[in-house]
Design a protein around this ligand. Structure first.
Ligand code: CA
Length: 445
């Protein structure tokens, strides 16, 4: 604005000067030294008597002309600059958006690459395992025949014949499995054996999860030898892996992968009578998935149960609802706002998932690392990280009383995220920091 005002002022002074000068102006012409006609226009200065003033006026006019041109260029540039600024802001916003989108794409691709790398590692190991297995097939078959003939059934899960014998020994009539019924040798836990390693997971998705065998399978397609596994690290856990037996499980090659209809929350799932029972992600909804028909058999909310971090075990991991099976029933281990964080036990109908009966204990759920049911009694594990910890509480549903105990228990790998009892094998199945282990249990009569 000041430039425009100055310009107007100077223009005005110039005009006044010209008007004053026109009164006394004269025009002369004469030949110059070269003989050409030369015209001279004379205007006397109002203030100055000499020619030097005229020269200054011409200088001022010349500079004024230059100034006008400069101002015009500046105004044009400023207008152009405003347009450029608007365009720059729009461009900057667009570039920022594109940069953010690229960052998101980069993160997503990075995760996909990590998953794929983990999968490649797993497949490589499986391939190696299969190669080894092919080489050993003949010698293993010979060895098994020899063991059966000699009566040496061997130890551990790698021997199929041993599994069959074990099933014969531990199967008991259904009438003796009814809730409240007496099951022989179903006293309190006397001791927990050292962990036996069956498989180490590779890749970050194997940090924690669920693995187990069905103590009371239905049909012939899947048996008590079938091993079930869910890696529960991830946002949308839906894959259920089935392995033919413990030997195949140890080698790492699943015979089938099920895609569950609803995502799984945490490590509280269990397998019972041909169905996978689990808690649906971010809800108190329980799901029964029938593996034979590969379909959702029933679903029901567990009334008032806390979920998704309200009442987890001490290790966290959204372990609010832990499902368990023992000689007597299918159970849910959880808490409610009414119980104020104490463990609530409910016996569930295996078909409909309805609550048949409930017990409220005085054991704080967030002080327990994990829990399992055996012979109608709840046991809690004191620590999920300590190498040498204990089963520290038992609650008996028959007497509605709890008691402090101290049965040694080992977390050999330092991060035990799942402990589940298999009454057919009298073993605990656990997932300890990538390691899938079992513990032998000794019970009182
Ligand atoms: Ca458990």
């Amino acid at each position: 604005m000041w430039l425009q005002a100055a310009l107007l002022g100077l223009t005005f002074l110039t005009l006044v000067s010209q008007l004053q000068a026109e009164d006394q102006a004269s025009l002369r012409h004469a030949n110059d030294a070269a003989g050409r006609c030369q015209y001279t226009f004379t205007v006397p200065s109002p203030q100055e008597s000499g020619c030097s003033g005229r020269a200054e006026t011409e200088g001022v006019l010349s500079r004024l002309t230059s100034l006008e041109a400069l101002v015009s260029r500046l105004i044009a540039r400023r207008e152009m600059g405003a347009d450029v600024e608007v365009g720059f802001q729009e461009g900057f916003s667009q570039l920022t958006g594109e940069r953010n989108q690229l960052r998101q794409d980069k993160d997503r691709l990075k995760r996909q690459v990590q998953d794929l790398q983990a999968r490649v590692r797993e497949l490589s190991q499986e391939t190696d395992g299969l190669r080894q297995s092919c080489k050993k097939t003949n010698t293993s078959a010979d060895l098994r025949s020899h063991q059966e003939l000699s009566g040496d059934r061997g130890h551990g899960f790698s021997n199929g014949a041993y599994q069959e014998m074990k099933a014969e020994v531990t199967e008991v009539p259904a009438s003796r499995l009814l809730p409240g019924g007496n099951v022989s040798g179903c006293g309190e836990v006397l001791s927990v054996g050292d962990p036996v390693l069956h498989r180490k997971a590779d890749g970050i998705t194997g940090k924690y999860g669920v693995w187990l065998q069905d103590p009371e399978p239905r049909g012939t397609q899947y048996t008590n030898k079938t091993v079930w596994r869910i890696d529960t690290v991830g946002k949308d856990v839906r894959q259920l892996f089935a392995y033919e037996d413990m030997d195949q499980f140890s080698r790492g090659f699943p015979m089938k992968v099920f895609v569950l209809p609803e995502p799984v929350e945490s490590t509280g799932a269990t397998m019972y009578r041909g169905s996978l029972y689990y808690q649906r992600k971010r809800s108190r909804t329980l799901i029964r998935y029938d593996v034979a028909s590969e379909s959702l058999a029933s679903r029901r909310d567990l009334p008032h149960a806390g979920f998704h971090g309200q009442y987890p075990y001490s290790w966290g991991g959204y372990t609010d609802i832990d499902l368990a099976v023992d000689e007597r029933a299918l159970w849910a281990i959880y808490s409610t706002s009414k119980a104020k964080g104490s463990i609530v036990l409910s016996q569930l109908d295996p078909e409909s998932l309805e609550v048949k009966k409930s017990w409220e204990t005085n054991i704080r759920k967030n002080t327990a690392a994990n829990a399992f049911m055996a012979c109608g009694r709840l046991y809690t594990v004191a620590s999920y990280t300590a190498a040498n910890t204990t089963l520290n509480h038992v609650y008996d549903t028959a007497t509605r009383a709890s008691r402090a105990i101290s049965v040694p228990f080992k977390n050999q790998y330092g991060y035990n995220s799942m402990v589940d009892y298999n009454h057919q094998q009298r073993k605990l199945f656990a997932w300890d920091n990538f390691h899938m282990v079992t513990y032998h249990l000794r019970l009182a009569n």
